[in-house]
Design a protein around this ligand. Structure first.
Ligand code: NAD
Length: 377
């Protein structure tokens, strides 16, 4: 079995889908691995580090995937990259077919077997394969560091001979994987942290991290979690009440990190222009949902917008990718953890009845098979 690890070419991408540690393990399982030259550069992994564990280096994308049975990627291929794929090859990558359907359609037409890593079912057995979690955790951490960097004051309370520096007030909106790590990081840096979410289960999680939970706790809140553990889209009435609660609170905050997402839909607006205008000069807002439409009015992708009242709104994309080495390592292990149980004597045989395989398989023999893509779904 031949595995290809090409260099990522999409905008803002710094990560690579395999690292020397996982390449070594794939080789120990009997695979041959070809890495595209420069694939690990942005993650500080030189070609030589891949060669040292037994990988071959290919000069181009086309040369890298040419004879591959399996292609491991971080981002869905580009139109140019699709030209190099062949019928029967298997692609494991994040795909986001809801965001970019034509890419999946084109790969299906070519007969490529496509697996979307972001569709990994969120069950205990699959935790070590969950790219959404591994990357969101790093994003939540880095978001707070970006905020701390831009913030013109200290985060912890500091009692000095020259006087006391007050602790920063940080408010985390959306307490999923990214939000929990953002809370923990802001706490470690010494901020006074509050957080909000629409899922009741998060109240206890917030308290366990030493932060204060605030939310509109009505009947809708009590039923806001889907059976899959995600948030439902809230009613206009709930959003209005939530906005009123947040409006009073946010004006007193120094740092706000927003992470709220609804699977398959545009992210909800949680911070309005009026709320931004109510904040103090020097306050920092980091919108981690900016690539899904944004939680903050006025956030712009790949920009740090400074508002007339002196608030900075950070809309940096691929926050996890700003920790390219760790993000690559964890993504690569997610790939390895999913694939390795199905590799025997150097060959991959997927169990098509396995709920994880069913959960991530988008195409089969040229047809779209995932419920997300078929009429029945
Ligand atoms: P996510 O990225 O989809 O959303 C981030 C957070 O935003 C969520 O907590 C969501 O409730 C919140 N949110 C949505 N709309 C909001 C609004 N209007 N106002 C405030 N907050 C809002 O979530 P996620 O990080 O992927 O995690 C979702 C759930 O899945 C969590 O319960 C998590 O523990 C669980 N999970 C389970 C597994 C597993 O078992 N394998 C793995 C990862 C996550």
């Amino acid at each position: 079995m031949k595995i290809a690890v090409p260099k990522e070419t999409r905008a803002y991408e710094t990560r690579v889908a395999a690292v020397p540690e996982t390449v070594k393990k794939f080789i120990a399982l009997g695979a041959e691995v070809t890495v595209q030259s420069g694939a690990g550069d942005a993650a500080s992994i030189p070609d030589a580090a891949f060669e040292a564990v037994g990988a071959s280096i290919a000069k181009s994308f086309a040369a890298c995937v040419k004879d591959a049975d399996l292609v491991l990627k971080i981002q869905r291929p580009t139109d140019a990259e699709i030209k190099s794929f062949k019928k029967g090859q298997m692609l494991f990558s994040s795909m986001y077919p809801g965001l970019d359907r034509p890419i999946t359609d084109a790969l299906a037409e070519k007969g490529v077997e496509v697996f979307a890593m972001e569709f990994m079912p969120r069950i205990s057995r699959a935790q070590s394969m969950d790219v959404l979690s591994s990357q969101a955790n790093l994003a939540g951490y880095k978001a707070v560091l970006e905020a701390a960097n831009l913030y013109g004051k200290g985060m912890p309370q500091m009692m000095t001979a020259a006087g006391t520096v007050a602790p920063a007030k940080a408010f985390i909106m959306g307490v999923g994987v990214a939000g929990l790590q953002a809370i923990a990081t802001a706490r470690r840096l010494g901020a006074v942290v509050t957080a909000t979410d629409v899922r009741p289960a998060t109240e206890e999680q917030v308290a366990s991290l030493g932060a204060k939970f605030i939310a509109v706790k009505n009947d809708e809140f009590l039923n806001a979690q889907t059976s899959a553990g995600y948030a439902k889209e809230m009613s206009d009435d709930y959003k209005k009440q939530q906005a009123e609660l947040v409006a009073g609170h946010i004006a007193k905050q120094d740092i706000v990190v927003t992470t709220a997402l609804i699977p398959g839909r545009k992210a909800p607006i949680l911070v309005t222009k009026a709320m931004v205008e109510s904040m103090k000069p020097g306050s920092i807002i980091v919108d981690l949902a900016v690539e899904q439409g944004g939680n903050v009015e006025g956030a712009e992708l790949d920009k740090i917008v400074e508002t007339p009242n002196g608030v900075k709104i950070v809309g940096l994309p691929n926050m996890a990718g700003r920790l390219a080495a760790d993000a690559s390592s964890l993504f690569a292990r997610n790939h390895l953890n999913f694939l390795s149980p199905f590799i025997k004597d150097g060959a991959l045989t997927l169990d098509e009845d396995d709920e994880l395989v069913k959960g991530i398989r988008l195409t089969r023999d040229g047809a779209l098979v995932h419920p997300f893509l078929t009429k029945e779904g």
